[in-house]
Design a protein around this ligand. Structure first.
Ligand SMILES: NC(=O)c1ccc[n+]([C@@H]2O[C@H](COP(=O)([O-])OP(=O)(O)OC[C@H]3O[C@@H](n4cnc5c(N)ncnc54)[C@H](O)[C@@H]3O)[C@@H](O)[C@H]2O)c1
Length: 98
């Protein structure tokens, strides 16, 4: 079985990859390393430093039995600040961006 994981260097992707490798599954991973770390990816993973918006990754899907799509921009890095920012009046938000 061959599993393709996008966001393989991220929190969930890297842990999932490690588990699948331990189970004997062949894992192919894609990550642009915008947030994830290469060293978190298990060495047995066939790693591709690519952006998921790149057309060049299409061939990687051809032989995959399953795809787990986890590549995403984490917008809740700081949930407390995100919530506070959402509550600030619009004029204050614009002033704080300057
Ligand atoms: N961590 C949680 O507790 C949790 C809970 C519920 C849902 N989720 C969702 O699961 C998904 C993965 O979460 P995570 O915690 O592993 O996030 P993460 O930020 O640790 O991992 C996301 C990975 O995607 C990569 N990435 C981002 N944009 C990319 C792009 N355009 N091309 C290629 N790679 C790209 C990043 O480099 C990163 O390694 C997200 O959609 C998140 O919202 C996470």
């Amino acid at each position: 079985m061959r599993v393709l994981i996008t966001g393989v260097a991220g929190f969930i992707g890297s842990n999932l990859a490690t588990r699948l490798v331990a189970d004997g599954t062949e894992v192919v991973g894609i990550d642009n390393l915008s947030a994830g770390l290469r060293e978190h990816v298990h060495p047995a993973v066939s790693f591709h430093h690519e952006d998921i918006r790149s057309r060049g990754i299409a061939p990687l899907f051809v032989r995959a039995d399953a795809v787990v799509h986890l590549a995403a921009k984490n917008c809740l890095a700081d949930p407390v600040e995100t919530r506070a920012a959402a509550r600030r009046p619009r004029t204050q938000k614009m002033a704080s961006r300057r």
